[in-house]
Write a protein that binds this ligand. Structure first.
Ligand code: PLP
Length: 388
């Protein structure tokens, strides 16, 4: 028996290929949830399947007490993509940064929070995050998460987290002025919160404010990162350079892995013993990540996501019963009228063979594979049209 942390599933899947899933009865479904932004290359992608099976026959795990070649290679690629992604590295090596591998998004954010505290030094520990944000379910990342209804059962949560309204630079300016602040932690689009993109100028302003008071700008790209928004990272749409970036979800296309990147001067705050993980960065996960990053680079997957996203937005925006379509690339929120519960629409879509996620009471979230075809986009729009 599983713990009672998720509602009973409506369907049980046994197989997937690309954007399609098959259930135990043999019915097929179009998957526009993608394992919650994880399966960005679709299900059973041949490059990932081949990399993982080859690695399983070669070397699964030795712990971080020893080196592995795959992890070092993936770290270098992430460093190039994150640190060098917008006009060259920040200083130091190719991208000017270093990577810590974890097993999930929450763990990647835990690393970021610990790193910020170590970097800032005694007495400076507070992390400012946004209302409606989501950063994970560990005690610290739960407190960073600005969805207050989730906090009460787990009090006392670790100290040192404060929240500001997403988009208000005045509120952020007031918050970072406190002498105990170490970092600001923001999403570029609030995914779990209901798909709310950062308003124009917000991230640029946040960067300026962090620089003025000497605190870190940490960007949580766990959901938005690795092509999902039509560029490699959400922060690239805003032309800012974060000090710390976290990724997970799509990095393993289904194999658990997370990563925390920090520019070298920040990363250097950690010395051996400060942070560790037994499984993080082991060859099975990093071989999947290497195949994911290679495929994404070779096939310009972020560019394909941008194109497919435009087609999907155009199709959805024309539907009767759609109030608004928010988001970027293939991280889209479909706002429904107040009397149209998203959960009911998602259930009806499921029975018509389409998976969509009711992320908020009247918001559906769409997170298809970044390799979704035009025909699949059109099919999903047509199913939603019928359902609505
Ligand atoms: N950060 C963001 C922005 C997320 O969307 C999520 C998960 O949805 C997390 C962190 C937590 O990731 P994980 O569930 O892998 O711990």
């Amino acid at each position: 028996m599983l713990m009672n942390t998720y509602p009973p599933p409506a369907v049980t899947f046994v197989r997937g290929e690309g954007s399609r899933l098959w259930d135990t009865e043999g019915h097929s479904y179009l998957d526009f949830v993608g394992g919650v932004a994880v399966c960005s290359l679709g299900h059973a992608h041949p490059a990932v399947a081949e990399a993982v099976s080859r690695q399983a026959r070669t070397l699964l795990h030795v712990s971080n007490l020893y080196g592995t070649t795959v992890g070092a290679e993936v770290a270098a690629t992430l460093d190039r993509l994150i640190g060098g992604g917008i006009g060259g590295g920040i200083g130091g090596g190719i991208g000017g940064g270093r990577v810590f591998f974890a097993n999930s998004g929450a763990e990647a954010n835990e690393c970021a929070i610990k790193l910020a505290r170590k970097w800032a030094g005694a007495g400076r520990y507070a992390v400012i995050s946004a209302e409606r944000s989501f950063h994970g379910r560990t005690l610290a990342t739960l407190h960073a998460t600005g969805q207050f209804q989730r906090h009460p059962p787990f009090q006392p949560l670790p100290e040192g987290f404060r929240h500001v309204p997403y988009g208000s630079l005045d509120a952020l300016a007031a918050a970072v002025a406190a002498p105990d602040v170490a970092a600001v932690l923001l999403e570029t689009i609030q995914g779990e919160g209901g798909v709310w993109p950062a308003p124009p100028g917000y991230l640029e302003g946040a960067r300026r404010l962090c620089d003025e008071v000497g605190v870190l700008l940490m960007v949580d790209e766990v959901q938005t990162g690795l092509g999902r928004t039509g560029r490699w990272f959400g922060f690239e749409h805003h032309g800012v350079r974060p000090d710390v970036v976290t990724v997970a979800k799509a990095l393993g296309n289904g194999v658990p892995i997370g990563a925390c990147w920090a520019r070298a001067e920040v990363a250097d705050a950690f010395v051996p013993g400060d942070h560790a993980t037994t499984l993080g960065g082991q060859p099975l996960a990093t071989s999947a990540a290497r195949a994911v990053l290679r495929t994404m680079e070779e096939e310009d997957v972020p560019g394909r996501a941008a194109g497919a996203g435009e087609r999907l937005v155009a199709g959805l925006s024309k539907l009767a019963g759609v109030v608004e379509v928010r988001g970027r690339g293939l991280l889209l929120g479909v706002e429904l009228p107040p009397d149209r519960p998203a959960a009911d629409v998602a259930a009806a879509a499921l029975s018509c063979g389409l998976l969509v996620n009711p992320v908020q009471p009247t918001t559906l979230r769409l997170l298809p594979s970044l390799l979704v075809t035009d025909d699949e986009v059109d099919e999903a729009v047509s199913i939603l049209e019928d359902v609505l």
